[in-house]
Design a protein around this ligand. Structure first.
Ligand code: PXG
Length: 404
């Protein structure tokens, strides 16, 4: 079967909720993927940062195979010998005291929301069913009804109401706006340290530290969604570390699964976690399964031992500079942190999509976010030589307007 055959099958039998680039992948290794015709591409999307360790990292695969040969699923009705060690390692890595495992990012965000509400009632003394959570404009926290309900993106909400009440939206980047939005009923502030899907929006310096302080002053939980920003993507293990901020809760996903399995988690203090959850309050069939835990433990070891956050910081800074040095006439701005780069295309030079299509022809897989932003977020195991290879092709694609 050819690429066209596979695409036709998807079109015929699949739901129409994505608009993928016309490439059908069949194999991956490190930063490279191959299509069914045998063409090779550099993957600079990296599964929206789920592939920070690269495709099929040998040490993570080894953990997968080893665990698959022993035990894959128990459900939480019983203990398994992987969950405890993973809880410990993730708590030590994040500086928290307790961890709750889920599967997808959206589930972990929902978990954090439930945690904040219950903490609000039990500990802060918010009146029954009146808890408020402050979120930011331009946010992306997933696709459940509650989460899309507080999105500022009309398409994500359209046709899916009625929505969950109890969310208040403020301008991203303004600590003053947070201060003004807080009421005695505010349980938490939920924030991405850098907005990914929103367009690689880096907030003004000091925003995280100031909002952290505002939360502390008002007995409000500061909850960082590090699902995309975490695990080295932004040049530090967690993006909040850039401003030395320790959140009350950190929400993790994507690269925790080493590009192999879905696993997500919420980490918090023992006090907050225990105030919210007692047996029966929350759970998930697959959450904390031994196969995912084994993969996650290996995924964390690779991040630390291969110094992927440090690599991200070093390689990312020069990548951003070299992209700026291209002085492309179609580029409005190059921004980002670590190996997490947004290239905003001038509106007069067309949408970002035709640039992604041109990159595909050059052997680079990238995906736009919103209309104007070309996103470059390769696996953190990428080498300088591979970045230089990509830069040569980016220079060609960004040399002139496309499809305007
Ligand atoms: N929070 C953040 C910050 C995310 O980036 C989620 C939560 C939800 O995770 P799940 O596993 O439920 O998909 C995400 C997901 C993009 C893009 O265009 C980002 C995501 C998914 C799809 C596209 O940047 N991130």
């Amino acid at each position: 079967m050819t690429s066209k055959d596979f695409m036709r099958l998807e079109e015929r039998y699949g739901a129409n909720n994505y608009q993928p680039l016309p490439v059908v992948l069949t194999r991956g290794e490190g930063v490279w993927v191959w299509d069914v015709e045998g063409n090779r591409y550099l993957d600079v999307l990296a599964g929206y940062s789920a592939l920070n360790q690269g495709h099929r990292h040998p040490r993570i695969l080894e953990a997968l195979y080893e665990q698959a040969g022993r035990l894959t699923l128990t459900a939480r009705a019983f203990h398994n010998d992987l969950l405890g060690p993973l809880c410990q390692e993730l708590c030590e890595l994040t500086g928290h005291e307790a961890m709750l495992p889920m599967n997808t990012g959206a589930e972990a965000v929902e978990t954090a929301i439930k945690m904040a509400r219950k903490w609000g009632y039990r500990v802060k003394g918010i009146p029954h069913d009146r808890a408020e959570i402050v979120v930011c404009g331009g946010n992306f926290h997933g696709r459940t009804i509650s989460i899309v309900g507080f999105s500022s993106e009309e398409q994500y909400r359209d046709g899916f109401g009625p929505f969950t009440p109890g969310f208040v939206r403020i301008e991203y980047g303004s600590a003053e706006a947070l201060r003004a939005a807080i009421t005695p009923h505010t349980a938490a502030f939920l924030v991405e340290p850098i907005q990914g899907e929103g367009g690689i929006i880096v907030p003004p310096e000091g925003f995280l530290a100031e909002t952290r302080a505002v939360c502390r002053d008002n007995n409000v939980l500061f909850m960082a969604d590090e699902i995309q920003s975490g695990f080295g993507r932004a040049g530090t293990m967690l993006a909040c570390q850039h401003e030395n901020v320790h959140p009350d809760a950190v929400i993790l996903g994507k690269a925790l699964g080493g590009g192999i399995v879905p696993i997500s988690a919420v980490c918090a203090s023992r006090e907050v976690m225990d105030a919210a959850f007692t047996p029966g309050d929350h759970g998930s069939t697959f959450g904390g399964n031994p196969l995912a835990c084994a993969v996650a433990r290996a995924a964390l070891r690779v991040l630390v031992e291969e110094r992927l956050p440090e690599r991200s910081a070093e390689l990312g800074a020069s990548f951003i500079q070299k992209l700026r040095d291209l002085k492309s006439p179609v580029v409005k701005e190059v921004r980002g942190r670590g190996l997490w780069i947004g290239v905003e295309i001038e509106e007069e030079a067309g949408d970002a999509r035709p640039y992604c299509e041109a990159l595909l022809e050059q052997g680079i897989l990238a995906k736009e976010t919103h209309k104007q932003v070309l996103r470059i977020s390769p696996p953190l195991v990428i080498t300088q030589a591979e970045i230089d290879w990509a830069l040569e092709r980016l220079a060609v694609v960004l040399a002139e307007p496309r499809g305007a």
